[in-house]
Design a protein around this ligand. Structure first.
Ligand code: ATP
Ligand code: MG
Length: 587
């Protein structure tokens, strides 16, 4: 694919000239300027809830649709910035009346329903800390997160409460208030719970967002648990500067846009970009209550004229499985920018975007810990398929060599692999792992935050993901990144998904083993196995290519859509599976 693919944009939209060129964008960007864009020079406490809702509701965008919610049948309910202000004010008042103080934690266990957005933003306005949970979690992962997080309030619905929370309620003495959304008016309220709507109706509609200091805690996010036990990352109110900047710069989001972030609200993408970032811009965001279903998704893109779409490689691969012809049946003139996050986006997927939508997927990289997008194929710079892109303005990234002895050196040589590091100090940087001080400290070396991911940088400053430090395979003196091998496998027309691990080997130390799921209609056979082995050997050479290939109907993944290589490995070696609380379909 040509290197020259750039974002399609509407010609009459205002362009910010200094952002069209990467160099000048970096040169002109300051976090102070971002603060001014948000606050208009006013000194305000920089409360995320205020910046996302009240700033628009108090101004010209009061009647603009903030949130378009789609129910099971696809019927739309529009909530304007004005409506959202009143609803979030009510929720903030509910918390105040219950005596929930600043920095105390309010958890939500809800699917994508309006109450979730009211809870999240109302909590932020009140100065309390918001923490989302996956609605698919079972009682155990819920109990551990609610107790690690010292949850004082939980907002959920009657069904989820009865099935998952009631059995663990006694083990959560610190949980003072459980507020339930009733899914049907006839539903009885279980003992010791309160009704969301009754509390909301009784609460006042006026509330002045608490003037939080930039460093006041705002959000608690548990990591995806891909590499082990999930960690609780704490974020502060000034993170909103990074949400706003990255929405403008990495997602090219404008107030006229209809934005759709498909991430589950249970993890960081679902909050940073599924709630906060689009609202700080004043855009309209689509919220669909249902999970992935390709025809429904294409229908939403078309019927609601989605212009900017943020999704994940796992969804892209599922769409690829269905074929481009299905996507092409839908006419999508409004769609102009597509982005992806969560896992490496295989070059094949970027190219497929061109075939199916006439647009490339723009890969970008970040973590729960970084709070917002850090590295991206963004705005008008050419997309490099297979690359995560370049650091956003305001973000300094480098490849470093972090020695066991505590030393650190920046790798200057382009193309050389090392650990991806970020210079500390961006506003959405996490400020701690809850109750894990030492672990937090170990993430930093001097000025640098060590991400735990391995990458390399090319001559033009684009970063290329190699693998998580934990997943990298050491074979006969080579360091092999699983991503490269998986991407080569995905180039084969029969392969839908691939995951690669290192298996112990007496001679080579480790050998590469691949797990592959096939496209619909393709059957597993020894011939295909041989063909795939030969196919990858030709592309990657014998030192890097897999030695073994196994077929699987599905690969184990986290609820945020990431392939869990550590689980494939543990199962293969007959070792304990470790923490599987975020395993999709698991407990
Ligand atoms: P845990 O830290 O609990 O093991 P996790 O790292 O998967 O889980 P997240 O914070 O949700 O939790 O994911 C961040 C990680 O996802 C990154 O460190 C990286 O490994 C991977 N990732 C995210 N986006 C990309 C991308 N565009 N390309 C490659 N890897 C990505
Ligand atoms: Mg991680």
């Amino acid at each position: 694919m040509s290197d020259k693919v750039i974002a399609k944009r509407s010609e009459d939209w205002e362009l910010i000239p200094n952002l069209l060129d990467y160099g000048s964008a970096r040169e002109h960007f300051t976090w102070e300027h971002e603060r001014e864009l948000l606050q208009g020079g006013k000194v305000h406490g920089l409360n995320i809830g205020y910046e996302a809702v009240d700033r628009h509701a108090n101004g010209e965008r009061r009647n603009h649709v903030a949130l378009r919610w789609l129910d099971r049948d696809g019927a739309a309910t529009d909530i304007t910035y004005g409506d959202l202000q009143l609803r979030t004010n009510r929720f903030a008042n509910v918390l105040q009346q219950l005596g929930v103080g600043r920095s105390e934690r309010v958890f939500a266990l809800l699917g994508r329903v309006p109450a979730l957005y009211e809870t999240a933003l109302g909590t932020l306005k009140s100065g309390s800390v918001f923490s989302p949970l996956f609605s698919a979690f079972g009682p155990e992962p819920l109990q551990s997160r609610l107790s690690i997080g010292d949850a004082k309030v939980l907002v959920t619905n009657v069904t989820l409460y009865k099935r998952k929370v009631a059995p663990i309620r006694n083990a959560l003495p610190q949980l003072e208030h459980v507020i339930l959304v009733r899914e049907a008016p006839t539903q009885q309220l279980p003992p010791d719970t309160r009704d969301f709507n009754t509390l909301m109706d009784a609460a006042a509609e006026t509330f002045s967002a608490v003037e939080t200091a930039p460093d006041d805690p705002a959000l608690l996010h548990f990591t995806s648990g891909t590499t082990g036990k999930p960690k609780g990352a704490i974020h502060v109110h000034e993170a909103v500067l990074a949400h706003h900047a990255s929405a403008r710069l990495a997602l090219d989001l404008h107030p006229q846009d209809v934005f759709w972030c498909t991430a589950d609200p249970g993890w960081v993408t679902g909050t940073s970009y599924g709630i906060i970032a689009p609202l700080t811009i004043g855009a309209t965001m689509i919220v669909d209550c249902e999970e992935f279903e390709p025809e429904r998704w294409y229908g939403i893109l078309r019927d609601h004229k989605v212009s900017v779409w943020y999704t994940a490689p796992t969804a892209v691969r599922m769409m690829m499985k269905q074929g481009a012809a299905l996507a092409q049946k839908f006419d999508l003139p409004a769609l102009r920018f597509m982005a992806s996050v969560g896992e490496p986006l295989n070059p094949e997927a970027v190219v497929w975007g061109m075939e199916a939508f006439g647009l490339p997927f723009h890969d970008n990289w970040w973590q729960t810990e970084t709070g917002g997008i850090m590295i991206a194929n963004f705005l008008s710079q050419p997309v490099r398929p297979g690359s995560m892109g370049r650091p956003l303005p305001g973000i300094e990234a480098a490849i470093v060599d972090a020695g066991e002895d505590g030393s650190l050196s920046v790798v200057e040589e382009s193309g050389k692999e090392g650990e991806l590091a970020l210079r500390r100090g961006w506003p959405s940087m996490f400020r701690g792992y809850l109750h894990e001080e030492e672990r937090y400290r170990r993430c930093f070396r001097g000025d640098w935050y060590l991400t735990g991911d391995l990458a390399r940088m090319d001559d033009d400053g684009y970063f290329w993901f190699v693998g998580r430090a934990d997943d990298v395979i050491k074979s006969a003196g080579h360091l092999i990144g699983p991503f490269e091998v998986e991407s080569a496998l995905m180039e084969h027309p029969s392969v839908a998904e691939a995951a690669v691990i290192g298996m112990p080997d007496p001679v080579a130390m480790e050998i590469v083993k691949a797990f592959v799921s096939l496209k619909p209609g393709v059957s597993a056979s020894e011939d295909l196995q041989r063909e795939l082995l030969a196919f990858t050997r030709k592309r990657l050479g014998p030192a890097v290519a897999p030695r073994e290939i196994a077929f699987r109907d599905n690969l184990p993944r986290t609820r945020s859509g990431k392939i869990m290589r550590r689980l494939l490995k543990a199962r293969e070696l007959g070792l304990p599976e470790g923490d599987t609380s975020t395993l999709e379909g698991g407990k």
